[in-house]
Design a protein around this ligand. Structure first.
Ligand code: HEC
Ligand code: HEC
Ligand code: HEC
Ligand code: HEC
Ligand code: HEC
Length: 489
């Protein structure tokens, strides 16, 4: 019996051993997978970050690598401009034609080069456009970690708070953001480098990441409404496939970027919350003019069809020299990128401006958001395996061409202004000049669209050239109209 019992137990013992081995192999595999996962996304949650945690330093305790890079958005300008007190160069001094184009508008008194994200709030607080001219609370939409304030003022409804803050003056709205800030949980024992004394912060981690699971998300009401209007339009958007998919569906719910967009799309959408054309004047709530599409003339058509509550047609300001009602363009990076080959090929803002980098076993996204030409090997060579000098030369060629064409458009704009002013001096009435004014509006809008866009043509070279060519044509047509008027009178 024993002899038999032994061998009868043997398979069982073997099975137990095998099971144990399988379990330990599984455990080993799990560890390997976990390590790999850790390497991809390594963090320990030391601090509980929430929707109210606008202070990036608190997040930095959990994700120190990303935080360290984020802090460098301060350093770069220190080296370039020699100290945190120094101000970036005035664009209106370097390019005097800008001053003429903006005659009569706040941009003619103070308009500077952009710099790193860390400065977005302090630069806004001290621009003479804010200190010397009345500005609306909506300015804070893109220059501060404002969402908790929207939520507080809207009693839980971010969009209601957005409307409320937009109706306030800049100063009153700023005070509300301070009020939210002073009750914020802040991280203990860390260097709070971006904290204003009053607890107000510029762009923080919470503006691009869900504090619960760290997924990318968009929070800005202006973007959410704008992209919904774009989705609901008929404009082709082959570079945003999730919109095309939504359009093919039943459309019962509005397009929701946070639910419908792909991860790759989110890598551009987070930037599109701010790097866009917008209207943010006193007469209407901030909006992104995308309901006809993202091209320069589609946006223009939105403004041309828009009337203020007082019944007047939309305009940003009356040109001081001519009296024409004209438009101001603002940094349309998202719109220009949308017209370029990279967007069409599925390349996102973050691919070039926040490229991956290796730190030990970890592969992380560079949170030092900056110009890719400072970082060509990681920003471009992953996709273009050619020498760095060659890539730099391609960027230079595009930017030099765009800049030369922009100077031609500026010269055309300047002679247009001269000619319209001369016609006025000779007694031409506003009614006589109406056709010239309409052309001036078109010419300036196009020139400004390219000038205010911050890549000097790189994001969409052919589109930038097309827009500038149209600007030159409209300026010369306006000039001709004014000259003919003089000849007739
Ligand atoms: C909350 C609004 C906001 C978001 C979101 C945002 N930016 Fe910015 N960005 C700004 C502002 C404002 C400035 C200018 C700051 C200044 O000049 O003080 C700026 C500046 C920049 C600069 C110039 C940096 C320098 O050193 O000169 C780059 C490049 C840039 N942003 C790219 C991006 C990219 C890429 C994304 C998305 C990953 C993004 N931004 C997301 C508002 C934003
Ligand atoms: C839709 C987002 C958005 C809104 C709203 C917004 N900005 Fe900005 N602002 C940006 C971005 C992006 C930049 C950086 C790119 C640039 O400088 O062209 C910037 C740059 C700036 C700068 C630095 C460069 C310069 O122009 O001198 C100042 C100052 C500024 N904004 C003030 C304001 C004021 C005042 C308002 C309200 C009238 C406002 N911003 C509203 C997104 C926005
Ligand atoms: C294929 C790469 C690429 C993509 C994609 C891309 N950019 Fe750029 N971007 C550039 C280059 C190159 C420049 C020119 C930099 C310079 O002149 O220093 C630039 C310039 C800028 C600048 C001015 C930076 C500075 O320091 O002068 C901003 C702001 C910006 N891009 C935002 C965006 C946003 C927002 C998106 C997405 C909607 C985007 N970019 C997509 C390559 C890219
Ligand atoms: C302007 C938007 C923006 C801000 C602000 C921002 N991030 Fe990110 N972050 C990104 C993008 C884009 C990615 C890439 C995500 C992807 O590809 O899914 C990313 C990825 C990450 C990841 C995943 C790992 C990696 O590096 O790819 C972590 C962790 C992270 N960010 C932490 C932070 C922290 C901490 C802060 C604040 C100090 C912060 N982020 C601020 C846009 C942002
Ligand atoms: C994620 C991949 C990716 C990255 C990163 C990337 N590119 Fe590209 N690039 C492409 C693709 C794809 C095309 C289109 C090729 C085609 O369809 O022929 C392209 C096209 C170009 C072109 C031709 C543009 C035109 O209008 O014909 C230039 C120039 C260029 N890239 C330069 C750069 C530079 C400079 C950088 C870094 C700032 C960069 N790229 C980053 C993928 C990338």
């Amino acid at each position: 019996m024993r002899m038999i019992t032994g061998p009868r137990w043997l398979p069982v013992a073997a099975a137990v051993v095998a099971a144990l081995m399988a379990a330990s192999i599984a455990a080993l595999l799990t560890t390997i997978i976990e390590r790999k996962h850790e390497a991809k996304n390594p963090y320990v949650r030391l601090v509980d970050v929430r929707e109210e945690t606008v202070d990036a330093a608190a997040w930095g305790m959990n994700w120190p690598r990303q935080y360290d890079d984020y802090l460098r958005t301060v350093d770069v300008t220190r080296t370039r401009f020699g100290g945190s007190e120094a101000l970036p160069a005035q664009r209106i001094e370097r390019d005097p034609w800008l001053k003429r184009m903006f005659a009569g508008y706040a941009f003619s008194i103070d308009y500077r080069d952009r710099r790193g994200h860390a400065y977005m709030l302090s630069d806004q607080e001290m621009t003479r456009r804010v200190t010397e001219r009345p500005q609306p609370g909506s300015c804070l939409h893109c220059h501060s970690s404002v969402i908790p304030t929207y939520r507080r003022l809207g009693h839980g409804d971010v969009f209601a708070g957005f409307e409320a803050l937009g109706k306030m003056t800049y100063q009153d709205a700023h005070a509300e953001v301070v009020k939210t800030g002073s009750s914020n949980p802040v991280a203990g024992g860390n260097e709070l480098r971006f904290e204003h004394a009053d607890g107000v912060h510029p762009l923080g981690c919470v503006d691009c990441h869900d504090p619960g699971n760290m997924q990318l998300r968009v929070t800005r009401p202006g973007f959410i409404r704008g992209i919904q209007a774009l989705a609901a339009s008929a404009a082709p958007v082959p570079h945003i496939p999730s919109i095309e998919r939504w359009r093919a569906g039943n459309r019962e719910d509005a397009y929701d970027p946070n639910a419908d967009a792909t991860r790759q799309e989110m890598r551009s959408f987070v930037c599109g919350q701010c790097h866009v054309e917008y209207y943010c004047g006193p007469k209407a709530t901030l909006f992104f003019p995308w309901k006809n599409g993202l091209k320069v003339e589609q946006i223009e058509a939105v403004y041309d069809a828009y009337t203020f509550d007082d019944g007047h047609r939309f305009y940003d300001w009356k040109h001081e020299e001519t009296g024409a009602e004209v438009l101001k363009a603002q940094h349309p990076e998202f719109e220009m990128w949308s017209q370029g080959i990279h967007a069409r090929a599925g390349v996102a803002c973050a691919d070039c401006h926040m490229p991956y980098k290796r730190e030990g076993a970890a592969k992380i996204s560079d949170h030092w958001v900056r110009s890719p030409v400072l970082n060509i090997s990681r920003a471009c060579e992953t996709c273009h395996p050619v020498a760095e000098a060659e890539l730099q030369a391609r960027v230079d060629a595009i930017q030099d061409r765009t800049h030369a064409l922009m100077e031609r458009a500026a010269a055309a704009m300047t002679s247009m202004l001269d000619e319209i002013a001369a016609a006025k001096a000779r007694g031409a009435s506003d009614a006589d000049l109406a056709p010239a004014f309409a052309l001036q509006r078109k010419a300036q809008w196009r020139l400004d669209f390219v000038a205010a866009e911050n890549s000097m043509g790189f994001h969409a070279p052919a589109e930038a050239a097309r827009i500038l060519a149209e600007s030159i044509d409209f300026s010369r047509q306006a000039e001709l109209a004014a000259t003919r008027l003089a000849a007739r009178s």
